[in-house]
Design a protein around this ligand. Structure first.
Ligand code: UDP
Ligand code: MG
Length: 314
């Protein structure tokens, strides 16, 4: 196969207003490269994104498009793009201009120097909302502790992967539901490129709070069994507490039977507490069973409906 040096993979969801501009910035950033491709993955957009992608592909033979049947989410779009990338390395980035195309040569230079992974690090962006900064920081801390895989603050999905790493990801679709965790976990030699997060030129973030929580949950459940262990500890502590309570009640009953006031409040409180703990533990168990179920069911993580600009199969 005739491999280009670099594949740029970009998930695009309802970014019809931005995609042409971002692609033209990427094209000028890559003007020093002789062989590259840009893969735009339309994650089930409901606006004219696909129309723009087709036009771009018509204009520039290096631009290729994939269109999902529906919205499968950012991580699935990244995976699909990587699965279709032919390059000796692949760079994933956002289509909204927040990942500055001008940094691309720095990524490529570090890869040529031998790095298998070049991770973009977002310099603390003052214009990001307080909520986004605080939740992102908190999550990275919790994740690093739970999964025992260090997530560098500001390390998002702007990164370069060598062919070896891309092949590994393709071979293990389940492990890669949360690329931010999988890549550092895999342990390849990594260097970092700091970048100043650009501003979205139009539209609003497509990452709703629901999608953010979903990603965080997927990351933790997919990478750590600690929540199961913690629920066991919580269960054990609760049992111990109940036992001590029982012994105390028995001793009181035997030594001074009249001192025991019927304690309805304590009783109902304890029942509620125990019920709550049990439900939480069941919920955590359920999350893991859900992951098992999805893995066993082996359902595709995305479905491509149409492609544009790729060579027809030989
Ligand atoms: N995106 C996607 N599918 C989604 C949500 C987002 O492909 O369901 C894309 C989006 O078009 C953009 C990137 O993922 O290229 C990051 O999304 P966004 O800028 O909305 O998130 P934020 O930068 O606010 O985290
Ligand atoms: Mg963005």
């Amino acid at each position: 196969m005739n491999r280009p040096d670099v594949s740029v993979v970009m998930p695009v969801f309802n970014e019809g207003a931005l995609v042409e501009r971002t692609v033209s910035d990427v094209l000028s950033a890559l003007s020093g490269e002789t062989s590259f491709e840009i893969i735009l993955v339309d994650d089930g957009s409901r606006d004219d994104t696909w129309h723009h992608i087709c036009a771009l592909s018509q204009q520039h033979p290096s631009v290729k498009g994939l269109r999902f049947t529906r919205n499968f989410g950012h991580q699935a779009a990244l995976r699909a793009g990587l699965a279709h990338a032919a390059g000796r390395c692949a760079i994933t980035m956002d289509a909204d201009g927040e990942h500055p195309p001008a940094s691309l040569p720095a990524f490529i230079a570090q890869w040529r120097n031998g790095a298998k992974v070049v991770q973009g690090l977002r310099a603390d962006a003052a214009h990001l909302s307080f909520f986004k900064r605080i939740t992102s920081k908190g999550f990275y801390r919790i994740f690093s502790w739970l999964a025992q895989t260090e997530l560098r603050p500001g390390a998002a999905d702007f990164r370069l992967l060598d062919r070896d790493v891309v092949d590994l990801l393709i071979a293990h679709p389940d492990a890669s539901g949360f690329l931010r965790g999988f890549i550092p976990w895999a342990g390849y030699s990594t260097t970092f490129v700091e970048f100043a997060q650009g501003r979205r030129a139009a539209g609003v973030s497509r990452f709703t709070t629901g999608k953010m929580i979903g990603l965080a949950r997927q990351g933790i459940i997919g990478f750590s069994v600690k929540p199961l262990r913690i629920s066991m500890v919580v269960g054990l502590v609760t049992c111990l507490f109940a036992l001590v309570n029982l012994v105390y009640a028995l001793v009181m009953k035997l030594t001074s039977p009249d001192s025991l006031v019927p304690g309805w409040a304590t009783l109902t409180g304890l029942i509620a507490l125990l019920g709550g703990v049990q439900l939480v533990v069941l919920g955590i168990l359920g999350e893991y069973i859900a992951v098992l179920f999805q893995t066993v069911r082996n359902q595709p993580t995305f479905i491509v409906e149409e492609t544009k600009g790729f060579d027809p199969p030989a």
